[in-house]
Design a protein around this ligand. Structure first.
Ligand code: ADE
Length: 224
């Protein structure tokens, strides 16, 4: 899959995309992440991409032209499944949205900035608006990085043990059971006996019980 991220701050995302899971996915040829500096699409000699809002409101607004030019240039090369805009007033990003987007071929993510973007972009070019939570970030770069990570890690083959992505927290709207490694006892802190029993069926039941109990206690909203 391919993700094109349009931003005024590419350096903010670049390091992130070249590390960990995103780097591995790209090396394996399973994902491509391309960063586009919106200023490169500005017709202005100072490379400005924003202007004052009509109506005398405070703040600056991202202009139509550079965004349209960038998105049009990308669309001329290939078809896109979604043109996503990161915005605190968008639909809430969660594991279901990540799963859905991980099955797409080509995505554009436009990082919002300043006070917002000219609404005509949202009306005419954006197909999906996504928020990563009910708080306001300075820009959409962190949101784009969060989404790219969550989407790419579940592309088949990216995580070597596919099972481990399938058993993630939230994958079936449940939190994961606690997990342990050696030693079986550390400073008197013990791993639950059941995990050392070797009884696979009982361990599965325990895992499901724990998962349900933790979800009920910590995230009862998920069970509704
Ligand atoms: N831009 C600013 N805040 C945001 C949020 N919570 N989610 C996505 N994009 C944003």
């Amino acid at each position: 899959m391919r993700i094109d991220i349009i931003t005024v701050l590419p350096a903010m995302i670049e390091g992130f995309c070249n590390e960990s899971i995103l780097a591995r996915a790209q090396k394996k040829g399973l994902a491509e992440i391309h960063l586009h500096n919106l200023r490169d699409y500005s017709a202005d000699k100072w490379k400005r991409v924003d202007d004052y809002p009509y109506g005398g409101f405070a703040g600056m607004v991202m202009q139509c032209e550079p965004i349209d030019r960038c998105i049009s240039a990308l669309k001329a090369e290939r078809d896109y499944d979604e043109v996503i805009f990161t915005s605190p007033d968008g639909e809430q990003f969660n594991q279901h949205v990540a799963n859905d987007l991980s099955m797409k071929q080509n995505l554009i993510i436009l990082c919002g900035h300043y006070k917002g973007i000219d609404h005509r972009i949202r009306e005419h070019l954006i197909t999906r608006e996504i928020s990563i939570g009910d708080y306001v970030l300075t820009g959409g770069e962190l949101a784009a990085a969060v989404m790219a990570d969550a989407i790419v890690r579940i592309v088949p083959g990216v995580i070597s043990d596919e099972q481990s992505a399938l058993s993630d927290c939230f994958q079936d709207d449940m939190l994961s059971a606690p997990i342990y490694t050696r030693p079986a006892e550390y400073k008197g802190w013990k791993v639950p006996d059941i995990l050392l029993s070797g009884n696979e069926a009982k361990i599965k039941d325990w895992e499901m019980e724990q998962s349900y109990e933790r979800t009920k206690r910590l995230r009862p909203d998920l069970l509704k």
